[in-house]
Design a protein around this ligand. Structure first.
Ligand SMILES: [Zn+2]
Length: 219
């Protein structure tokens, strides 16, 4: 994650490297490359990329995928901005059922679901509206659900230095639902615990009990 002049850098969550914008492609170059690739996919499927219904599809797809994967072109610390406040509160902050959409890096197909976040502050809290933005930022990259869960947890640890963090992500994966054994209704759950949540079973169980109540809510 870059600091300071963060607009000029971007981070790739897969390898953690920060690259300057100058080293990367322009928006027009990205659109052109994606368009060409989508044309090739349509061609490889045996359809005609020049038929009317498909003619503008590569352009539309390029715009859509660049919008969906906006997390490559933003800095999470810009998202947080100045929304971290000094606050003497030592209870649990729990934000539940944040909806997100992401793209599986193994199949380039969507996975989507919800994320619940809890933390125990150590003098600092974060503006409530920022946590959904943090989830959407990390979901806005090619991901696996396991890393998405950890990315969110570790980022909250980094910016708040709280006494503990708990993250719960539950998602449907279209790569699982639409292909292979076609397990349509299967959801995947991932959990991240740190600090007090990791070491105190009462806290862990309190968090998981709240989440179990959430599971009655449909995505
Ligand atoms: Zn997949």
């Amino acid at each position: 994650m870059s600091k300071g002049n963060s607009k000029d850098t971007l981070e790739n969550s897969a390898d953690g490297k920060v690259r300057s914008i100058e080293e990367t492609l322009s928006l027009d170059q990205r659109v052109e490359i994606i368009k060409k690739s989508v044309e090739n996919i349509i061609y490889a499927l045996g359809d005609d990329p020049k038929r009317e219904g498909l003619l503008k599809t590569p352009q539309r797809y390029a715009k859509a995928i660049l919008e969906i994967l906006w997390g490559y072109f933003a800095d999470p610390e810009d998202i947080i901005g100045d929304a971290i406040f000094e606050q003497d509160y030592s209870g649990i902050v729990l934000v539940r059922h944040i909806k997100f959409f992401s793209m599986c890096e193994h199949h380039l197909l969507p996975f989507f679901g919800n994320c619940s976040i809890a933390y125990i502050p150590d003098g600092k809290i974060i503006g409530l509206s920022k946590l959904p933005r943090v989830v959407k930022f990390f979901a806005g990259r090619l991901q696996v659900q396991e890393r998405l869960t950890e990315d969110i947890g570790k980022f909250i640890e980094k910016v708040l230095k709280p006494r503990g963090v708990a993250i719960y992500v539950s998602a449907y994966h279209l790569c699982l639902a639409m292909r292979g054994v076609k397990k349509e209704g299967v959801k995947m759950d991932t959990v991240f615990f740190s600090g007090k949540f990791q070491h105190d079973d009462n806290l862990k169980n309190f968090f998981l009990k709240q989440i179990r109540e959430d599971r009655k809510i449909e995505i």
